[in-house]
Design a protein around this ligand. Structure first.
Ligand SMILES: CC(C)(COP(=O)(O)OP(=O)(O)OC[C@H]1O[C@@H](n2cnc3c(N)ncnc32)[C@H](O)[C@@H]1OP(=O)(O)O)[C@@H](O)C(=O)NCCC(=O)NCCS
Length: 168
């Protein structure tokens, strides 16, 4: 199936989802977890995922536009027989040369603490590196700073501070 771009490669995820390789292991009811870079997602399914972690709702037309204009959109799916469920998501914007910023990293609560978030981040970083992008940034909520730190992200490198402008 062309939709599925690649299977997980980390041991933790492979164990958790019992991902198997080889033609003889294709048992239809075994859950499999896969990544996709398809950006034409079901926005209601994405909204459901974001709702599940308590994020505020955003207008779907703007979400659609954001996905269309992102450099990279990565979704993570659990496939069980003919059924599939969106279990993770992240996207990146980029100048396509030097810089990329990762946004909207989320794993469904029922699938957290199994190594999925780490696998998702590693996948997106690998994809960005394969495009020769070397400066990868993100904005971390305070409670996830250590999650990103474990993945090699540095807080305020050389004292550089993220700055924001908001309308009054
Ligand atoms: C943050 C999030 C993506 C992590 O996903 P996850 O699948 O639970 O994380 P993993 O199981 O892959 O954890 C990987 C490692 O990070 C650690 N970790 C996970 N969440 C953490 C947190 N909030 N703070 C510190 N460490 C964390 C794990 O203990 C694990 O450590 P290990 O490699 O030493 O075993 C997930 O909790 C989530 O979607 N949260 C809600 C949305 C959110 O806050 N997104 C971030 C917005 S900036």
């Amino acid at each position: 199936m062309g939709f599925w771009k690649s299977l997980f490669s980390t041991d933790a995820v492979a164990t958790a989802s019992r991902v198997q390789s080889g033609a003889s292991s294709a048992i239809a009811t075994e859950p499999r977890v896969a990544f996709s870079t398809e950006r034409d997602l079901d926005l209601y399914e994405l909204e459901e995922l974001c709702d599940a972690v308590g994020w505020s709702r955003r207008p779907l037309r703007k979400v659609r536009k954001a996905l269309q204009h992102s450099f990279l959109v990565v979704s993570m799916w659990e496939e069980r027989g003919a059924k599939r469920r969106l279990v993770g998501f992240a996207r990146a914007t980029s100048d396509c040369a030097f810089n990329a910023t990762i946004w909207d990293v989320v794993i469904h609560p029922s699938y957290q603490s199994r190594g999925y978030g780490k696998a998702l981040m590693k996948y997106i970083i690998k994809k960005l590196r394969s495009e020769d992008i070397s400066n990868i940034t993100l904005f971390a909520d305070p409670h996830v700073v250590d999650f990103y730190r474990r993945l090699g992200f540095i807080l305020d490198p050389e004292g550089i501070k993220g700055m924001f402008w908001y309308p009054d």
